[in-house]
Design a protein around this ligand. Structure first.
Ligand SMILES: [Zn+2]
Length: 492
């Protein structure tokens, strides 16, 4: 088995020379495509694909869509790219209208799609809504887009209610627009709730929203309290231009200003190279872990969540297994591991099972107690029997959600490691307790990224230490190595 592939799951730190197909998707800070550009000053964002430049040129030089059909045909046959097809063209064209902030052409293009008897797909529509949002001054008929483009309508609260009720409409663009609108009207707590929800749903929070927060923080002292709580609670890493603004806001405010320095933390000692203070330790006490375990069991497993797709008998079977064979050293997310480890030969049905088996054997050889959670369609008959000789196995029905089971098995012991690239953000959100959420994150990080100090934003002895994303590629379980150190000006 490839050591590189395995390391992704075992969280062993290896030199970053791996070339995984899925690696791109695991980067937290993967290169943003242009549509999200909040147009920070006059920042230029290069195009990821060459055909984008050509589409941009078309948008910049044409005031109408005459010739769009010919243009579409030509550009698709010219680049012969899997990324640019008849199906994807609409969304790409709209994305480029958005990048150029060309509302008029975007609107014409949406009409053009409808005129040709087609329906705009979700991606295209979402881009158009973002375009409306950014070009709100040009939008004449606001009722048409009232549902989603909240902040450009007068009755934004109705729009927000609609968005709350209609989960299907909760795109990144509409959710970001909602938060921006709430900030505009100084509803900080509601804005924060929406941002927590976005984190849980793994929707990106756009930089213009962070910028808006920081503008509010400059005006309102309490706003910083709310915003900094969010950074600590969600372990969010801001990008460099945003953290630069944050530094300016806290340095320039009249009440309790700070002095900021960009710095690094010594990995072995946890000492800040700027202020020489040692960052907080990451130990979780037994009491804290017990509280986390009880809450997860109560909320995730005994709550209603798990029954969404599970039968009560399945639950009983699982509880019985935990009682008789737990706790485990290793809990494996079978489907997740089988899928990622068999990338090269995914088409062969047996490849996934073999890949999973090799991971199980790896742990078994170390004499560890292993639980494999999997679904029926992956393991039946002989493969299931083979697996049962190596590990404890719990097979869920194909329709069941297996992540609550996985989570519950993993928290049975503080020392259990779980093998999955699922970060359980959704469940974290459901814990609905900030203290437990912080413990949960700490517990995850301990295995994924062991450090003698806490690797998220933290406040101690009157000082802030805030890690930020300087654009260096890293895996999703890694933390950035660049930090902002903020000391109270009064102590300088
Ligand atoms: Zn420091």
């Amino acid at each position: 088995m490839s050591r590189t592939l395995l390391s992704k799951f075992l969280f062993i730190r290896l030199p970053r020379t791996c070339n995984l197909k899925s690696m791109y998707a695991t980067f937290n800070n993967r290169k943003a495509v242009n549509e999200n550009v909040p147009k920070l000053l006059n920042q230029h964002v290069p195009h990821v694909n060459p055909f984008e430049s050509e589409i941009e040129q078309f948008i910049k030089t044409n005031h109408s869509l005459t010739g769009i059909n010919q243009f579409q045909e030509n550009i698709i046959s010219k680049y012969k790219s899997k990324l640019l097809t008849k199906e994807s063209f609409d969304a790409i064209f709209m994305r480029m209208c958005l990048a150029c902030r060309n509302y008029q052409l975007g609107k014409q293009f949406l009409h053009h799609i409808h005129q040709t008897g087609r329906q705009a797909n979700t991606a295209t529509l979402a881009k158009f809504l973002s375009l409306c949002y950014f070009c709100s001054a040009e939008v004449e008929d606001k009722s048409e887009i009232k549902k989603l483009c909240l902040s450009i309508t007068d009755s934004w609260q109705d729009g927000l209610k609609l968005l709350e009720e209609d989960e299907a409409a909760q795109f990144s663009s509409s959710m970001n627009a909602a938060v921006n609108c709430l900030l505009k009207h100084n509803h900080f707590d509601s804005a924060m709730l929406w941002m927590d929800k976005m984190i849980a749903k793994e929707r990106p929070i756009f930089d213009f929203v962070y910028e808006h927060w920081l503008r509010k923080c400059a005006e309102n002292h309490n706003c910083w309290e709310t915003f900094s709580d969010f950074l600590v609670r969600n372990g969010v890493f801001l990008k460099q231009p945003i953290v630069q603004k944050l530094k300016e806001v806290l340095q320039n405010r009249s009440r309790d200003p700070f002095i900021g320095q960009f710095t690094a933390i010594d990995e072995d000692s946890g000492r800040c190279q700027s202020c020489q203070k040692v960052l907080q330790n990451t130990d979780i006490t037994d009491e804290e872990f017990a509280a986390l375990r009880n809450r997860i069991t109560e909320k995730v497993l005994l709550g209603t969540d798990v029954f969404l797709g599970s039968k009560p008998e399945e639950m009983q079977r699982f509880e019985e297994l935990l009682k008789t064979t737990g706790p485990y050293d290793i809990v494996i997310d079978g489907l997740n591991v089988a899928y990622h480890m068999s990338i090269k030969s995914r088409k062969q049905p047996s490849a996934k099972v073999d890949a999973l088996m090799s991971v199980v054997k790896h742990f078994k050889n170390q004499k560890l107690r292993v639980l494999v959670l999997t679904r029926k369609h992956l393991l039946t008959g002989v493969p299931l029997q083979r697996m049962k000789q190596e590990a404890h196995v719990f097979v869920t029905e194909n329709l069941s959600r297996d992540d609550p089971f996985l989570l519950c098995a993993a928290v049975q012991s503080k020392h259990t490691k779980f093998v999955s690239d699922d970060l359980f953000r959704d469940h974290l959100f459901r814990l609905a307790d900030f203290r437990l959420q912080a413990i949960f994150r700490l517990w995850q990080l301990k295995f994924h990224y062991p450090r003698p100090y806490h690797t998220v934003s933290q406040f101690a002895d009157g000082c802030w230490h805030i890690p930020y994303d300087d654009g260096t590629p890293r895996y999703s379980y890694e933390s950035p190595t660049t930090w902002l150190c903020l000391q109270p000006k009064s102590q300088a």
